[in-house]
Design a binder for this molecule. Structure first.
Ligand code: 5GP
Length: 183
């Protein structure tokens, strides 16, 4: 497997998280970067595992110090970003690193690390995406509406990616992404 960075992006509720978990289970030489966010933790989420949960001040300080590989305001409210150091360390140790980030972040990575592989996870259809978001039920109706608006814009950015993989079946989707990472 080549030693490089893979960015996985795609609209809300497309199942990126589940696909990424399968990738990590299937291949032990892949590491997932833990992002920083100003969003409040959801029930069960752990600091340093799911995210580094930071205050706006702490987040801005990291940006100022040049400690973010990329960052973006996602869904119009909170900041999300990739701490640079752990990614660099994992790459240096020979791991493949996966970033699960939004489209704006993906664009920034492509600019600063042109060798990165950009994979877009797409839903089988728009209707299916709406259904998945509603059935997840972790967000308020207001938040769901905002996320669907972002999703509509994100789907239009598919062509900027190196590869598009449709998440019809999670295991199959994870295998396809792993194949691309190995290519
Ligand atoms: P959630 O609030 O559901 O955990 O994540 C919301 C969105 O933030 C997801 O679409 C996810 O891709 C994006 N995101 C998570 N971490 C990062 C990051 O480090 N950088 C960027 N740019 N986006 C991120």
């Amino acid at each position: 497997m080549s030693n490089r960075l893979t960015v996985i992006a795609g609209p809300t509720a497309v199942g990126k998280g589940t696909v990424v978990r399968q990738i990590l289970e299937k291949n032990r030489t892949v590491r997932l970067s833990v992002s920083a966010t100003t969003r409040v933790p959801r029930p069960g989420e752990q600091d340093g595992v799911d995210y580094f949960f930071l205050s706006h001040e702490e987040f801005d300080q990291m940006i100022e110090n040049g400690e973010m590989l990329e960052y973006a305001v996602v869904h119009g409210v909170n900041k999300y970003g990739t701490p640079r150091k752990p990614v660099q360390e994992a790459l240096n140790k020979g791991f493949q690193v996966v970033l699960e980030i939004d489209i704006q972040g993906a664009r920034q990575v492509k600019k600063s690390m042109p060798d990165a592989l950009l994979v877009f996870i797409a839903p089988p259809s728009w209707q299916e995406l709406e259904r998945r978001l509603a059935s997840r039920a972790t967000e308020s109706t207001e938040e769901q509406k905002r996320r669907l608006e972002t999703a509509r814009i994100e789907l239009m950015a598919q062509s900027e990616f190196d590869e598009i993989v449709i998440n019809e079946d999670v295991a199959k989707c994870a295998d396809e992404v792993l194949d691309l990472m190995q290519a």
